[in-house]
Write a protein that binds this ligand. Structure first.
Ligand code: LRH
Length: 471
């Protein structure tokens, strides 16, 4: 069929982008129109997202996209999971909090005092993360004053269209969606003191959300519809993971490394619960059976600290090249150590974690980078092995997608430490998955094309780079 164009808004925890995606019989291309930094901002009451700035960047990016490609047919929006804004009379009550704010920890105590974690897991299938939406909402002083709670991508869609919905893949990260029936667990919400009326109507990827509000259509230059995609960025990324066989695991590596398997049935065992394996919903009702590993956050925060010391940007490719050449063994630390989850002072905190387990932190910056990358790779390898064991699957390859796929040291270390070939790329898997779901909804593939059909196009147009494990 002819090549058609869509706009993807993809907001990550470290950067956001607006892309034009073009899809045809043998075509799957992205053109980056805007890219802007994102990150936690410290306010007097804690860590937030600068939501107004993000919206401004999104609208400007969409206007530029329409200018460059007037045939764009729709807009899809994905962001990181779990965070939300509270609305009353269609307006935000406060700037959304960042999931790394410490407020979640208060919510954990409140929630677990009412519902034990084992029961939560049986109901929502989620690994324990202190920032899961239900803990944040339980600690949110403004919740009683709100009418509606919208997750970040839905909040952006609401700004653009006025429609208030909850896209289901991301709703599955709130802890308030039933793992079996995939509907809001209103009884659970009420038991932990969350007003279930805050939870909006659920929509699935591919469904229309609404049309641009007139003032925005005028600014953007087209009256476009916003279509639901896998609005959880990881759900969109997994759509564009080639997964050429059921024996392929994936690692979606950006700020986080999401490591696991795509399943059709949940694995709600005690072992899966104790190993921290989650059941997030994918597009087409697939299950993302995965574990959160701290990803490039450790590296990005370390670089940010060094840039602060030097007052100058760090040459990361240069450092990685030196780190690759260094053959001195480095200690491996637990990348998921909870002391590394908040911003600031990362090199010192990593050094403390290394020392606490009897290691000697690397002294050079190249050595330090090597230590971080090897530690992330070890956590990746461990999580792949655990996923396979828990799901009773043989795994013979790993698709490593997202920004981390450009880090050759990380890809090779993951291959070496897992003993499995790593197939790296696409780097922009999330935006590709976003565009593919819009294209399918528009009829580019035939309305009932399976994910395998979409992935086959990804594999043909974005052949991965292969890293073979070394002894
Ligand atoms: C990755 C991600 C991940 C969540 C985290 C909050 O961007 O969406 O899947 O666990 O952010």
């Amino acid at each position: 069929g002819r090549t058609r164009a869509f706009a993807a808004v993809d907001l990550g925890a470290t950067s956001g982008r607006v892309m034009i995606g073009r899809v045809g019989a043998d075509v799957l291309e992205l053109e980056q129109v805007a890219r802007f930094p994102n990150g936690p901002v410290q306010r007097p009451d804690g860590l937030h997202w600068d939501f107004e700035e993000l919206v401004e960047q999104v609208v400007a990016g969409l206007a530029e996209a329409v200018l460059r490609e007037p045939s764009i047919e729709s807009i899809g929006i994905d962001t990181w999971a779990v965070d939300y804004g509270l609305l009353r009379d269609d307006a935000l009550l406060a700037e959304p909090f960042h999931y790394r704010d410490e407020r979640g920890a208060r919510g954990v105590e409140r929630v677990h005092a009412r519902v034990r974690f084992a029961e939560l897991y049986a109901r929502n299938g989620l690994q324990f993360l202190p920032f899961t939406t239900l803990y944040q909402l339980a600690a949110d002083d403004l919740a009683p004053a709100a009418r509606t709670a919208l997750l970040m991508p839905d909040l952006v869609a609401h700004r653009l269209t006025g429609a208030a919905v909850a896209e289901r893949t991301n709703a599955s990260t709130t802890g308030l969606l039933g793992v079996h029936d995939r509907e809001w667990d209103r009884a659970l919400a009420e038991r932990i003191g969350i007003d279930a009326r805050l939870l909006p109507r659920l929509v699935d990827p591919g469904e229309p959300i609404g049309r641009l509000l007139p003032a925005l259509a005028a600014r953007i230059g087209a009256e476009l519809p916003v279509v639901a995609v896998g609005s959880h960025d990881t759900a969109s990324a997994v759509v564009a993971a080639p997964l050429s066989s059921p024996a392929t695991a994936y690692i979606s590596c950006g700020t986080w490394g999401l490591v696991g398997l795509e399943l059709t049935e949940p694995v709600l065992t005690d072992a899966a619960r104790d190993a921290g394996f989650t059941h997030e919903l994918g597009v087409d009702g697939r299950i993302r059976f995965l574990h959160n590993v701290t990803g490039l956050w450790l590296l990005n925060e370390t670089l940010r600290a060094w840039e602060g010391e030097d007052g100058a940007p760090i040459d990361l490719p240069g450092l990685v090249a030196q780190a690759t050449a260094a053959d001195r063994p480095v200690p491996v630390f637990d990348a998921n150590d909870p002391s590394l989850s908040t911003p600031g002072d990362m090199p010192a905190r990593i050094a403390a974690v290394v020392r606490a387990t009897g290691g000697e932190p690397a002294v050079t910056r190249a050595g330090f980078v090597r230590m971080i990358v090897e530690s992330i790779a070890q956590a990746f390898a461990d999580a792949v092995a655990t996923a396979a064991a828990l799901a009773g699957r043989t795994v013979d390859a790993i698709d490593l997608i997202g920004g981390g796929s450009l880090n050759r040291l990380l890809c090779q270390a993951t291959a070496d430490r897992s003993g499995l070939p790593v197939l790296a790329g696409p780097v922009e898997a999330t935006a590709l998955g976003n565009v593919l779901v819009q294209a399918r909804a528009a009829g580019s593939f035939g309305a009932d094309a399976s994910l395998e059909r979409l992935r086959e196009l990804v594999l043909r147009t974005h052949p991965p780079v292969r890293y073979t494990p070394r002894e």
